[in-house]
Design a binder for this molecule. Structure first.
Ligand code: NAD
Ligand code: WQD
Length: 337
């Protein structure tokens, strides 16, 4: 069935890949984004991939008037809420900026969607909400104890949505806890385009490969992992995007809250990623070992079984595709959009 979906943050990395899949499934999509961490160029790329039009509202989710107008512009069936800030270090330095953008912004959005009679929301949560639980595989029923400001903003929004769902059961919620998104659309037309020096591993490796950075610093080679470097559950952004479509289908048919991990369940080490990327791009990635980064854990990965049983969803793309698709995007767009 064709639905009309409002996608906040739809010009961003994960949002843009999800919008492509929504359009491919014949949904009508409106992106609401303030472009604080993305480029309007994305819209044209999405249209090139899909041959379909996407509506745009340039607005901030904290701006109540604009959000209200957005809900007046069309009767939406659901909201997918990606808009937010996500840099862990920046959150520590500017906590109020993060609480304002992520928490206040989500509250305004939620109030206005309910006011407009829109009763389904899929929210971008994060594995960060688990904190440091003392085990490496994360199941959804672990206690949430985030260890940084960014993670706490995600937990608060999860609580806000769960509490509102309890009080107003007509609100249907999906909280998707992403692990480490990597990769790009196989066309090479959209991908991750960080501002400045990348915080995350994969975009840093890609920029070394394309000659924009000299070498990667690998933060720590003395972790209790097989090769001593950190291990993460990297998940292809195309798999993450398909998880959102599965969540929308779930909300159309179920009124119980959906709270699931989106990961592969198979962690890779930093060195394994570096070596796989080297194979994909046909050159060695220069690196040096550096001290551990504050706040990093040795290893964590998803238990993805609940998402599989509730949604029939599993991640399909492996490490080779993660690296090949990132490389295609990076080499075709060395300076991003
Ligand atoms: P991104 O920065 O590429 O996309 C976020 C988009 O939201 C950007 O287009 C940005 O301009 C927009 N935005 C930010 N604040 C806004 C506001 N106040 N009003 C309107 N638009 C606003 O990030 P992403 O990697 O695509 O992440 C999407 C969501 O997923 C975020 O909520 C993030 O916290 C969450 N998440 C990301 C990761 C990750 O590693 N990429 C992991 C777990 C969760
Ligand atoms: C992965 C591994 C680093 C960069 C972060 C957020 C998390 C989520 C995803 C939003 C670690 C190592 C990295 C580099 C390195 N985002 N590394 N050199 O820290 O697992 O997760 O992004 O929700 O909240 O914390 O991802 O890509 O930064 O790091 O050695 O230059 O790569 O130490 O072991 P992380 P990452």
């Amino acid at each position: 069935m064709t639905n009309s979906i409002l996608v906040t943050g739809g010009a961003g990395y994960i949002g843009s890949h999800t919008v492509v899949q929504l359009l491919e499934q014949d949904h009508h999509v409106t992106i609401l984004d303030n472009f604080s961490n993305s480029s309007p160029q994305v819209l044209e790329r999405i249209q090139r991939i899909t041959g379909k039009q996407v509506a745009l509202i340039k607005a901030d989710i904290r701006d109540r008037e604009s959000v209200r107008d957005a809900f007046k512009s069309r009767q939406f069936d659901a909201v997918i809420h990606f808009a937010g800030l996500k840099a862990v270090g920046e959150g520590e330095a500017f906590p109020l900026k993060y609480y304002d953008n992520n928490v206040t912004g989500s509250q305004v959005l939620l109030e206005e969607m309910l006011q407009a009679g829109v009763n389904r929301i899929v929210f971008s949560s994060s594995a960060t909400v688990y904190g440091a639980p003392g085990q490496t595989q994360y199941h959804e029923n672990l206690e949430l104890a985030p260890i940084n400001v960014y993670g706490r903003t995600k937990r608060i929004v999860e609580d806000m949505l769960r509490d509102t769902n309890k009080a107003q059961p007509q609100l249907r919620i999906a909280l998707l806890r992403y692990f480490n998104p990597v990769g790009a659309h196989p066309s090479g037309l959209i991908g991750e385009d960080p501002n400045g020096i990348p915080n995350n591993l994969m975009p840093f490796i890609a920029q070394v490969a394309v000659g924009k950075r000299e070498k990667l610093s690998i933060f720590g080679n003395d972790y209790p992992t097989p090769d001593g470097t950190g291990m993460r559950d990297f998940i292809h952004v195309q798999d993450l995007a398909s998880g959102h479509l599965a969540a929308l289908n779930y909300l159309a048919e179920n009124d119980s809250p959906l709270i699931v991990n989106l990961g592969t369940g198979r962690p890779y080490s930093v060195l394994e990623m570096v070596n796989a990327f080297g194979k994909a791009c046909g050159k060695d990635i220069s690196y040096q070992f550096s001290p551990r980064r504050a706040g990093d854990l040795a290893e964590y990965y998803a238990d993805p079984a609940l998402a599989t049983s509730l949604l029939g969803w599993t991640a399909k793309h492996g490490i080779e595709e993660m690296c090949m698709d990132t490389w295609r995007w990076q080499s075709d767009n060395p300076d991003g959009y």
